[in-house]
Design a protein around this ligand. Structure first.
Ligand SMILES: Cc1cc2nc3c(=O)[nH]c(=O)nc-3n(C[C@H](O)[C@H](O)[C@H](O)COP(=O)(O)OP(=O)(O)OC[C@H]3O[C@@H](n4cnc5c(N)ncnc54)[C@H](O)[C@@H]3O)c2cc1C
Length: 609
């Protein structure tokens, strides 16, 4: 069989699915090669999508025409807006999904997508000639030529799982590792790191005593993730919470010195912000109890996920731990918690398009870039897929900066700062979070997606219609007065709600009242943007000021040694990391404002010459 394709995507996880779909939407033939077609888009860890900052990512992926939000709407079992009582900047959607339905939905979506092909096989080598990718070789002996490759191999490169002293080769428990790809990446000059992540035990629902546990319901009116989902009719399942006890902590402390994490068995660096339970005990010795969320893994299974209890302790200790937790005393484990170590690349080897700096048309996305999380993976996947396709089509690259999207924050952090531990996104990583809200992702990104050809005209027109509604309503709010103050001014008073504004207008305008007729999507944004108008304008001002200098590009091969006055640390870091813009240079730790000023002057002079 001779296979013809433009772009090969290695790995059918969350990054690989979005990469293949995006490349195909832009008109390229995309071949997704993955070790098993039965694990496409599998959620390796918790059965949930979204959450703080991650929910914003999912909305942005959707606004760019991605699939993650649609898959979540189609297979979600509980939907919530987190932080709904707090400010708009930190609210995020989150949904529990049916783990199996989700992956089946995504596989089918890929199967139906024009120009996407799926192939079950293991890539063992990425072939490059003259500094550019020319194809891949697979375990069953296929040699497939292509113009670009997107590597999305997740936790599988030289993956090794740990449960107590039991160790096995594998990217997830019970699945093989991708043994050869690490060597191929090293041969291409990519520096590798060893990272680690872990997951929680799963238990059978029928063996849990729910009677004394706290129940957690979804939102009364579930909000969809995708712009394309108009109405979410879903029967929501509840989650529950319990907590560990002093006894649980004593059980774990008694075996800590032999725990794989502390005995030297696990060498990889784990995620600081999502640590395993044994590490939480060491870091927070005075905490008397830790919260555990009990989450269903799906509608058609009894398996429950114990969120908060990630561990690689031995099986006997895991069982003892559960005996000491209220509600779980009699619980029956179906899968033990485990850790996985794997190879990742140093993300500073990548350009801000996720192309490898030293190998043309080779892109990397997802966990293998040192991140953690489905949403972070999917966001990089769509971004790398878009850029691979644009490169193949000789079109200019697509870039998002820190002021446009959380995706821009993620990419910039990765390529300029790098990471030596699994990276996850937080709202606090974004400087402009009042502007990067989940509710306005479509307005921010769909016009860009339309320009590239990622979304159709109908969707774009609907987004523009909302924009028009918002603009008109904001003018109207400025022009209608109630008790001497415009409705816009009234709305800035935290004690006055949108409902109050509707009532004032009704009083004033009677049958001509307009605000009540505005679509829910527009109304949400009108309220937020009017309420936070001052802060938003200030952030926009800062962005405009920064944009002038931030986007100044630094030419390839720029000689930092030639800038006199640059401190040695800055010279070394800049020569090593090779930022592509002045903005990126400024984000490198060790590059001071005065170093940046010197660099800016040198670039300006160069341009003038
Ligand atoms: C045990 C465990 C615990 C985790 N815990 C958390 C957590 O607590 N919080 C969190 O946010 N995230 C966690 N994650 C991470 C989360 O699963 C990943 O961030 C996410 O799945 C990454 O998506 P990805 O597409 O990059 O890779 P993956 O989802 O890992 O998918 C990679 C895909 O590539 C395929 N593949 C790999 N190599 C090859 C090859 N050479 N040829 C063909 N196919 C190949 C694999 O079969 C797989 O389908 C955990 C993961 C694991 C395994």
């Amino acid at each position: 069989m001779s296979i013809k394709t433009d772009i090969i995507i290695i790995g059918g996880g969350h990054a690989g699915c979005e990469a293949a779909l995006a490349a195909a939407r832009l008109g390229c033939e995309a071949l997704l090669i993955t070790m098993s077609l039965d694990t496409v888009a599998q959620m390796s860890c918790n059965p949930a999508i979204g959450g703080l900052a991650k929910g914003q990512l999912v909305r942005e992926i959707d606004a760019l025409g991605g699939a993650m939000a649609l898959a979540t709407d189609a297979t979600g079992i509980q939907f919530r807006i987190l932080n709904s009582s707090k400010g708009a900047a930190v609210q995020s959607p989150r949904a529990q999904a049916d783990k199996w339905d989700y992956q089946h939905w995504m596989k089918h979506y890929l199967e139906k997508a024009p120009r996407v092909s799926l192939l079950q096989d293991r890539v063992i080598e990425i072939v490059a000639e003259g500094g550019a990718v020319v194809g891949v070789r697979t375990a069953i002996g296929l040699e497939i030529p292509c113009q670009a490759v997107v590597v999305c191999t997740g936790t599988f490169p030289r993956g090794k799982t740990h449960i107590g002293s039991h160790q096995a080769e594998g990217g997830r428990f019970g699945e093989p590792a991708a043994r050869e790809i690490s060597g191929s990446l090293e041969k291409l000059g990519l520096p590798l790191l060893r990272l680690k992540t872990g997951t929680c035990p799963r238990v059978k629902a029928g063996s849990i005593d729910f009677s004394h546990l706290t129940i957690q319901h979804g939102d009364e009116k579930p909000q969809p993730f995708s712009f394309l989902t108009n109405d979410l009719q879903v029967e929501q399942l509840p989650c529950h919470t319990t907590h560990t006890t002093g006894q649980t902590h004593a059980i774990v402390r008694a075996v800590l010195k032999d725990a794989p994490l502390f005995s030297g068995q696990i060498q990889g660096v784990g995620p600081r912000y999502c640590p395993s339970f044994e590490l939480k005990l060491v870091r927070f010795p005075d905490k008397e109890r830790h919260l555990i969320h009990i989450e269903p893994e799906g509608r058609h299974t009894e398996e429950m996920y114990l969120n908060g209890l990630a561990t690689s302790l031995d099986t006997e200790t895991q069982e003892k731990m559960l005996r000491s937790i209220p509600g779980l005393e009699e619980s029956v484990i179906t899968r033990y918690g485990y850790a996985v170590e794997y190879d990742a690349i140093n993300s500073r080897a990548l350009r801000d398009t996720l192309e490898v700096k030293t190998v043309e048309r080779l892109y990397c996305a997802g966990q293998m870039n040192g991140t953690s999380g489905y949403e972070e993976a999917a966001a990089q996947g769509i971004y790398a897929g878009i850029n691979a396709a644009l490169k193949v089509q000789s079109r200019p690259p697509f870039r998002l900066d820190r002021s446009q999207a959380y995706i821009g924050v993620l990419i910039d952090d990765l390529v300029t700062r790098g990471t030596d531990e699994p990276y996850r996104l937080f709202t606090s990583r974004a400087e402009h979070r009042l502007i990067l809200r989940h509710d306005n992702a479509d307005l921010r990104l769909t016009p860009l997606a339309r320009e590239l050809g990622l979304v159709d005209a109908n969707r774009y027109d609907r987004v523009m219609e909302i924009k028009r509604e918002i603009e008109e309503a904001r003018k109207y709010l400025d022009s209608v007065f109630h008790e001497g103050k415009s409705l816009a001014m009234q709305l800035r008073n935290p004690e006055i709600s949108w409902q109050d504004i509707l009532a004032f207008e009704q009083q004033q305008a009677g049958e001509d009242a307009r605000l009540g007729k505005i679509s829910a999507r527009a109304a949400e944004q009108i309220e937020i943007e009017t309420r936070y108008d001052g802060y938003i304008k200030r952030q926009q001002g800062q962005i405009a000021k920064m944009a002038k200098s931030e986007n100044v590009r630094i030419p390839d091969g720029f000689d930092y040694l030639a800038i006199s006055g640059l401190r040695n640390e800055a010279r070394e870091k800049l020569s090593h990391i090779r930022p592509e813009t002045l903005g990126q240079a400024g984000n490198i730790s060790g590059v001071s404002p005065s170093d940046l000023a010197l660099l800016a002057v040198r670039l300006k002079r160069r341009k003038e010459k």
